[in-house]
Write a protein that binds this ligand. Structure first.
Ligand code: ATP
Ligand code: MG
Length: 422
């Protein structure tokens, strides 16, 4: 039996070889979000289990079977967050930040769901969450979708399509819900186990079923769109007209209901044909009822969550990740006195060249080995310091990215000569 400790199933390490794509996505997203006036916030990864039960809803995949829930030493039932919206809404309430105010917020980090791990579906995965709170739309709905469209453009991702739907208000949904129950009850024999359980609790969730055997039945079910209240119909029409004005193509998907209970009116999803079965890369919607459901004052809100792993995969497939820059200078050392002096020289260069990468060769090695390391590091310039150079008060500079000879430079002039070479 092996005594190696295995990683937890469905939880991945992001190694330095992959981090470039993650950082590129994070950088571009941060830039776009700041340009639209969104502020970052960070909320805990653990919350009281009750928060997710109350917000996401009892009859959802997440609450029924995907949550990492445990009792802590104090006896509290805690859950690793399966999504961020509930925690953000809770944070606004806990910190007294609502009071009729508006907030445009974003947050990123790991989420946890006990799903069957497969490509694009993990037990620890990451999201970028964007939430606009205190705005009833449809202007903000439009801007949020435009923001996501811009994100794909800036990331140079083309294989994503926008699908939208409206869920109406909870009141109009009640009427539809009754009709849907009638319909599914009439076909009860064709329902799978999950759907039968949801039939009375939350029949809309049946529409979200991933079971292919349920497809025909679902396709023939009554359409929510036919039951929309007048205001929701207007809201949706304004959204659609604006998307057309902005030149953002979309598809209507009357079956798009989204897996969580708290949505109302606008829902949308960016899907791709490049990732196989895991086709949703960014999903969002309006959740006007959530804040009051959690005990805060009634506050309209809309948001979306982007699946980082899936977008990273799209970036890699599209070859849209810029090459990592590597350090600027690699300091090659030869001789005992030079080794000691090099530690100081490297610190001095880091002081004199803020923002520049200065990597000092550590652990010895002959010239050949050190130059190989310098090449591999991607450095643009090698700086060579030997005992002999040290005695003359110089070091040698050699550009690594193009053919060029080595030139001596007085130690005190190094910062400006290096700056000129970069
Ligand atoms: P799916 O239909 O793929 O299960 P979902 O509707 O459960 O997605 P949301 O809860 O809306 O997803 O989460 C938003 C985004 O997070 C999804 O569009 C997807 O990109 C990503 N995501 C969701 N679950 C996972 C997971 N287990 N592993 C990786 N990414 C995920
Ligand atoms: Mg899911």
């Amino acid at each position: 039996m092996s005594n190696l400790i295995q990683p937890v199933r469905g939880m991945n390490d992001v190694l330095p070889a992959q981090i470039g794509a993650w950082q590129h996505l994070e950088r571009v997203a941060r830039g776009v979000l700041e340009a639209y006036g969104y502020e970052e916030l960070r909320v805990p990864i653990l919350e009281h289990t009750e928060l997710f039960k109350r917000s996401i809803g009892e009859f959802t995949d997440i609450v029924e079977k995907e949550m990492y829930t445990f009792e802590d030493i104090g006896g509290d039932s805690l859950t690793l967050r399966p999504e961020a919206t509930a925690g953000i809404a809770r944070a606004l309430i806990s910190n007294g930040l609502l009071r009729g105010q508006r907030h445009k917020l974003w947050c990123t980090g790991p989420m946890f769901r006990h799903e069957r791990p497969q490509k694009g579906r993990y037990r620890q995965f990451h999201q970028i969450d964007v939430e606009a709170i205190g705005l009833g739309g449809p202007d903000i709905d439009i801007e949020l979708i435009a923001l996501s469209a811009r994100l794909w453009r800036e990331l140079k991702l083309e294989r994503v399509r926008l699908t939208i739907n409206s869920l109406g208000t909870p009141a109009s949904r009640q009427v539809y819900r009754a009709r849907l129950i009638d319909y599914f009850q009439a076909h009860e024999g064709a329902l799978d186990e999950d759907s039968r359980r949801r039939l009375l609790g939350n029949p809309l969730r049946i529409l979200d079923s991933k079971n292919p055997e349920m497809r025909t039945l679902i396709a023939a079910a009554p359409l929510l769109t036919d039951f929309l209240d007048e205001e929701s119909r207007q809201h949706f029409a304004t959204l659609r007209a604006a998307l057309e004005t902005l030149g953002i193509p979309y598809e209507l998907n009357p079956r798009l209901v989204r897996g969580l209970d708290y949505y109302s009116r606008t829902v949308f999803e960016w899907v791709t044909d490049a990732l196989g079965a895991q086709d949703a890369v960014c999903s969002g919607g309006r959740y006007d009822g959530l804040v009051s459901q959690l005990g805060g004052e009634a506050t309209p809100a809309i948001g979306f969550a982007l699946g980082v792993e899936r977008v990273v995969e799209l970036l890699l497939q599209a070859g849209a990740v810029p090459a990592s820059a590597g350090p600027d200078v690699y300091l090659v050392v030869n001789g005992e006195r030079a080794e000691r002096a090099a530690l100081r020289l490297a610190e001095q260069l880091r002081d004199a060249l803020p923002g520049r990468g200065v990597v000092l060769n550590l652990g010895g090695g002959n010239f050949k080995t050190q130059f190989r390391r310098a090449d591999r590091s991607g450095a643009r310039v090698a700086l060579i310091l030997g005992d002999e150079e040290l005695d003359r008060g110089v070091a040698a500079l050699k550009p690594l990215r193009h053919e060029a000879g080595q030139t001596d430079c007085p130690l005190e002039l190094l910062p400006e000569r290096i700056a000129a070479l970069l």
